[in-house]
Design a protein around this ligand. Structure first.
Ligand SMILES: Cc1ncc(COP(=O)(O)O)c(C=O)c1O
Length: 357
């Protein structure tokens, strides 16, 4: 028998979250961002589940776009990192992939192709990761202008949209708006998930929601469920050992937690080898038998320990939710000093994904 350590994926919740993105996007259309194996949920299943909801997918790289085609889906697929070799442009043309070109090398590759795929162009509005500055991009647009219909649109990415109080997003939007004004024939896309929750944010023709589709928060200080999102992944395992610790007993590697009084303790068959974060310390919540309990001591590769004082009736074989409907993945991420993006994409191949509608 395999271990009962499973990532349940609720595809209905995924579609619900997409509909929330669409509602918040107003007249803009969301392209579902399914990169990094659908944020750890399985790109093929996620893309399939959203096939009638989204008109377009966005991924980081060619391999991910090809996974969508392998699922038999024919939607346009936007490659957010552009192409990594000139030969990729031929594949884009054949497969209907739309690379977002962001540097001069990619433009040179494109112009030396006799027949070209439809492309997007990336404007650097202040994140300073990818993209051309406004002056440079104006020259690129002029250079490509003779090839009518080649450029689908303009794109930028926000650096600080997770912080609703940051003035940076408005400043980036202004740079984008000024540039786009001169190119009314091009479609526009600026908004990641966070932008869907920013009052008054211009979202233009297309948004690019990622993390919100999976029910986790794109914002600092609020969890996904607090934003009306439904958790999609529920990481579950079971108790494989229970014992009562005596006062003074330590738990796990390094003996970093010591019982102050007799304490019921359970061992769960999940660890950092499954993608549960090792940095989640004592006090990180989990859910068992309708109760919240706390992790104690260090997370091991295959196991972790729970203080069962609040669930003293728990027995070997009882189901434990590490994150999901009762413990937001955002909470676990906060305890581990990271973000839900890292936890969801970090669930390892050892954990079977089990899908439900
Ligand atoms: C260019 C681009 N657009 C959209 C997204 C989706 O962002 P989020 O998951 O915050 O919605 C990402 C994610 O990293 C991205 O790199």
């Amino acid at each position: 028998m395999p271990r009962n350590t499973i990532a349940h994926i609720d595809l209905d919740a995924l579609r619900f979250n997409f509909s929330l993105a669409a509602a918040n996007a107003g007249s803009a259309r969301p392209m579902a961002v399914v990169k990094a194996d659908g944020y750890g949920h399985g790109i093929r299943a996620v893309a399939r589940a959203l096939a009638t909801d989204t008109e377009c997918y966005a991924v980081a790289c060619l391999e991910e776009a090809l996974a969508i085609r392998a699922e038999g889906l024919t939607h346009p697929v936007v490659l957010l990192e552009g192409v990594h070799a000139q030969a990729d442009l031929k594949i884009c043309l054949k497969e209907g992939f739309e690379p977002v070109l962001h540097n001069k090398v990619q433009i040179d590759w494109l112009t030396s192709e006799p027949v070209r795929p439809v492309i997007w162009l990336k404007l650097n509005t202040g994140m300073n990761r990818l993209g051309f500055g406004p002056q440079e991009l104006a020259e690129v647009v002029d250079r490509l202008a003779p090839d009518e219909g080649l450029i689908r649109g303009l794109m930028t990415h926000f650096a600080c949209a997770d912080d609703l109080a940051s003035p940076e997003t408005a400043a980036q939007t202004e740079v984008f708006a000024n540039f786009a004004e001169a190119h009314p024939d091009l479609q526009r896309s600026v908004g990641n998930s966070a932008a869907h929750f920013r009052p008054g944010q211009a979202l233009y023709e297309w948004t690019r929601p990622g993390i919100m589709l999976y029910g986790a928060t794109p914002l600092i200080g609020q969890t996904g469920p607090e934003l009306g999102l439904r958790p999609v992944m529920s990481l579950e395992s079971e108790l494989i050992s229970v014992r009562t610790l005596a006062a003074g007993d330590q738990v796990g590697y390094g003996g970093t937690w010591t019982a102050e009084k007799p304490t019921p303790m359970g061992i769960v068959a999940v660890g950092y080898g499954d993608g549960y974060p090792r940095h989640a310390g004592t006090g990180t919540p989990a859910w068992i038998n309708g109760r919240r309990v706390n992790l104690i001591g260090r997370v091991s590769m295959d196991m972790l320990a729970l203080d069962l004082s609040d669930a003293p009736d728990a027995r070997i074989g009882d189901k434990v939710e590490l994150w999901g409907a009762h413990v937001a993945v955002d909470e676990v991420a906060r305890h581990a000093g990271t973000i839900a993006y890292e936890l969801l994409t970090g669930v390892t191949a050892r954990v079977p994904r089990q899908y439900s509608e």
